[in-house]
Design a protein around this ligand. Sequence first.
Ligand code: COI
Length: 359
Amino acid sequence: MSFKITINPTENSKISDFDPNNISFGKVFTDHMFICDYHDNEWHDPRIVPFGKIPMSPTLSALHYGQSIFEGMKAYKTPNGEITLFRPEENLNRLNRSADRMSMPHLPKEIFMEALSKLVNLDKDWIPSSVGSSLYIRPFMFATDDFLGVKSSDNYSFMIYACPVSSYYAGNIKVKIEEHYTRAAAGGVGSAKCAGNYAASLFPRNLAQKDGFDQVLWTDGITHTKLEETGTSNIFVVTKNGVYTPNLTDSLLAGITRDSVIKMIKDHQIPIFEQAILVEDLLKWHSNGDLVEMFVTGTAATITHIDCFGFRDEKYNLVVTEDLLGFKLKTELELIKTLQIPDTHNWVKCIEQNESIIA
Ligand code: COI
C-alpha cells in the first residue's frame, strides 16, 4: 500500500492535568493513539486520533481465541531536547516474529516507524525528562473478525498508545522460583509476546504474592530445574566467575534489554555465559558465597535487582549495594538512551521533530 497517516488532533488535551513530578507506571495516557486496520490482505487507513475507547463487537475474535500480540518500547528526551527511541527495529522484528507464531500478518516497517515518529512528535510534551522516567510506548495487534469459529482471523487492528512512566518496580524485588506451574512449553508460544502468556502468569504470581514475593521466577516446563524468566523480564545471575543468563529457547522471550545488557557486559570484557542456569547451581552459589547479585531486565523493569529468592519453603536473601554491576549497567544504559555517552552500537534513533525517524 502507499500510505499517508491522517491526523485528527484532539481538541481537549489532558496535558495540563499531567504532573511530570508525580508519575506512576501505566495509569496516565497521552492525548493521541495510532490505528491501522488490516483487511483484504493489506493494511488500510493509518490514522492518529484522540486517545479513547474503541468500538468492538462481542464476537471480536481476539477476545475469544486470543490472537493478540504487543510490544513495549520507550521514548526519551535528551538534555539537548532531542527525542530518542531505543532499538525500535528490534521491537518491529519481534512483533513480526510474534505475528508469525500467532498466525497474524506482518506489519510493514514503513508503517511502524512512521506511526511512531508521528505519534511521539504529536505527544512530545508528554515525554518526561527526569532521571528514570520516559514515555512508554505500547504497539499492539489483535484479531477483529466477527466470527464464532476457531480460525486465523482475516481482519486485524494495529494500534499504538503511549504513557509517561517512571520505574515499573518501586525498588528491589523478591521472586519465587516456581516448580509447579509452567509459563511456556517447548514448542509453545513462550517466545511470542502474546497476551495469553501474561494472562497465564497471573494466577501463579498472585499465589506468590500471598507468600510475600513480587514475581514468579519461572523454570522450564519439563524438568522445572532450569531458570527461565520472570513474569515481566529476563533474568541475570552475577557470580564471582562471571554473569549467567538463560540461553534463548522457544519458551523464553528474547528481551531487547536482555540483548543490550549482554552486549554491554561483553564491552566491559566481563565473562557472560548464555546457558541453562540450574536451580541447583544457584543454591550452591548462594551457599558457597559465589553469588554476587541477581537482576532482571526488561523495557518496563529496565534493570531491577532481586534481594530475595524463594525456593520451596526457604527464602534466600541477597545483599544489594549501590556498587553492583547491575546498577552500573542501568546508569550506562540510561545515559546511552539519552545520548549522554557515546552510543557505540548505534542503538539510538533520533526522531526528527515533525519529520520521520532518521535511520
Ligand atoms: C515490557 O517490559 O515492556 C513489558 O512488556 C512487560 C510488562 C509491562 C508486560
